[in-house]
Design a protein around this ligand. Structure first.
Ligand SMILES: NC(=O)c1ccc[n+]([C@@H]2O[C@H](COP(=O)([O-])OP(=O)(O)OC[C@H]3O[C@@H](n4cnc5c(N)ncnc54)[C@H](O)[C@@H]3O)[C@@H](O)[C@H]2O)c1
Ligand SMILES: O=C(O)[C@H](O)COP(=O)(O)O
Length: 525
């Protein structure tokens, strides 16, 4: 039974889902990094929010971990490349808290415009400072959105409802999408001087880190108000403080900080700054959504292999998973067959998807071909890290999809080019779900792969089959299935036989010593 650790505060809905799906679940939201490192080895899954830092060091200790599930959006607290290298899937819930976060950004904008938090504190203190708090209207003002993805788009919609004019900077926003959202797509240098309010909604990446610094602020309209409900690292806090003190920025509303939890910050106690403790996603609706989603996604992956919203592996929907399952077995067998026969450096892998399989989502199949291919060289490879391992080894991977069918209505062919030769192997599904090898090095054959296989290439000459059968029999090895193929009578031939016991090295040597044998190899599947 898989075991999951929940290490951040999640709605209890998640615990129930794991239990209902037969997954053992522990909850511990107060682990220090060292404590997490000490226990993580026991778990197949780790469910988190933004508090748990899933570092390379933690992942190195996570010897059984298969999936990290982020109940939320930002995964900057997870070392995704390190997880990928270890074959661990990282998934998030990209939509579950977007409305809630967009609403928080709008609430922050109102707070800034009317100084509501400051007026609230003053009124509670019995001061009745009616003349101190003079706000600004939002109607007719220009809102500049930096990062117009899921949350930015919702903010744009709500702001238009408030009769604001919305401009957006997002290098990945298409002109069509901008039109659909009714926002004006602009460059950052145009957004800065035009916007009365600027709201940030990008992920924290190397391109967005410190996007709001002294230089950027200098280009802004005097009296601009800045809202950040994305990530603290987007703003250089020292520069913002200086700009507020100089009057260039009229106010800032911050839900996120460079260092969190932010118990101290240079912007605290400045009366032009409104702060919340990373509450963007904190509504009961959003927390229910993300907890349910992450638990379902993690359970699906751990129990069925279905992948949804993963950041480091192609998604396989629950609907597609059963259709792909027999092809996954076939793809893995083809990759593994080629990998076990490969003794020198691989330069190039070509995967052809022909007929029915070409109509499916083949990305996971490519990943699993590579897993099978690379496994003999690297025990820790799996379908998550296989593409990275291939890239690290300078292996060129290409895929070709062809709708038109030949002898088989569906076929996958894997061609591996090494420093010395090119070798291809192809397979199909019989009866829709039974993997069969149907071609090796261009020679037709029809073979089912079992746990122990003997693969022989030989010259097609009389006496070979009898000699091999006798040899295996004399050594107590029972033949389960026997498959032959040849290029032409008397030419190159291949034999693939399933045996009931593993072939030991000395018996393999005896097979190699038979007069017609060119190559003999024991394979395991
Ligand atoms: N405060 C919170 O509690 C809270 C809650 C949810 C999300 N977030 C943060 O909000 C961020 C945005 O969430 P989302 O769901 O809208 O993500 P998203 O991926 O849907 O949108 C992000 C947008 O940023 C754009 N972008 C990327 N690089 C950019 C750049 N250099 N300049 C401008 N735009 C760029 C992308 O093209 C994309 O459209 C998340 O990454 C997360 O860090 C915070
Ligand atoms: O990226 C997110 O989803 C938000 O930052 C929310 O984070 P939280 O789940 O830790 O509140």
């Amino acid at each position: 039974m898989p075991k999951v650790l929940i290490s951040d505060k999640l709605s209890p809905a998640a615990i129930q889902i794991f239990k209902d799906r037969g997954i053992e679940v522990d909850v511990n939201t107060s682990l220090s990094p060292d404590e997490l490192k000490a226990v993580i080895g026991q778990y197949d899954g780790l469910a988190i929010r933004s508090n748990t830092k899933v570092t390379a060091e933690i992942l190195a200790a996570a010897t059984n971990l298969k999936v990290v599930g982020r109940a939320g959006i930002g995964v900057d607290n997870v070392d995704v490349p390190a997880a990928t290298a270890r074959g661990i899937v990282v998934m998030n819930t990209p939509f579950g808290n977007s409305i809630t976060t967009a609403e928080h950004a709008i609430a922050m904008m109102f707070s800034l415009a009317r100084e509501i938090p400051q007026a609230n504190a003053s009124t509670h203190a019995g001061k009745w400072e009616k003349s101190k708090f003079m706000g600004v209207e939002l109607t007719g003002k220009v809102l500049g959105i930096v990062g117009c993805g899921n949350i930015g788009a919702i903010v744009a919609d709500r702001a238009q409802g408030l009769r604001m004019r919305v401009i957006a900077y997002d290098p990945f926003l298409s002109t069509e999408r901008a039109k659909e959202l009714n926002v004006e797509k602009v460059e950052l240098d145009e957004l800065f001087p035009r916007a009365d309010f600027i709201t940030l909604h990008t992920p924290l990446t190397e391109a967005t880190r410190n996007i709001i610094d002294a230089k950027a602020i200098a280009k802004m309209k005097k009296g601009v108000r800045i809202i950040n409900c994305a990530r603290g690292g987007l703003i250089v806090e020292e520069d913002l403080k200086a700009a507020i003190e100089a009057g260039q920025v009229a106010g800032a509303a911050l839900d996120v900080f460079k260092v969190e939890p932010a118990k101290e910050n240079l912007l605290f106690s400045n009366d032009k700054v409104v702060c919340t403790p990373h509450l963007g996603a904190s509504t009961s609706e959003a927390q229910e959504n993300v907890a349910l989603q992450v638990a379902e996604q993690m359970a699906d992956y751990l129990l069925t292999g279905a992948v949804t919203n993963a950041l480091n592996i192609p998604s396989v929907s629950a609907e597609d998973a059963p259709k792909l399952r027999p092809y996954m077995t076939l793809a893995n067998q083809l990759g593994s067959f080629a990998g076990q026969l490969t003794e020198t450096g691989i330069r190039d892998v070509k995967i052809e998807y022909i007929g029915h399989v070409a109509t499916l989502n083949t990305k996971p199949l490519t990943a699993i071909v590579l897993e099978g291919l690379l496994k003999p060289m690297n025990e820790t490879v799996n379908m998550v890290n296989a593409p990275v391992v291939a890239k690290d080894r300078n292996i060129k991977v290409s895929t070709v999809k062809t709708d038109s069918v030949g002898d088989y209505h569906t076929l996958i062919r894997v061609t591996v080019t090494t420093d010395q030769r090119e070798r291809s192997v192809a397979g199909t599904l019989f009866g829709g779900d039974k993997p069969r090898l149907v071609e090796i090095k261009g020679i037709s054959i029809e073979a089912e792969l079992g746990p122990y296989m003997l693969y022989v290439t030989n010259q097609d000459k009389p006496g070979f089959i009898g000699a091999l059968g006798s040899l295996l029999g004399q050594n107590g090895v029972n033949i389960a299935t026997f498959h032959l193929g040849r290029a032409a009578p008397g030419g190159d031939a291949i034999l693939l036989t399933q045996v009931d016991q593993p072939m030991d090295a000395s018996l393999l040597e005896k097979v190699r010593a038979l007069p017609q044998v060119v190559q003999a190899k024991a394979l395991a599947f």
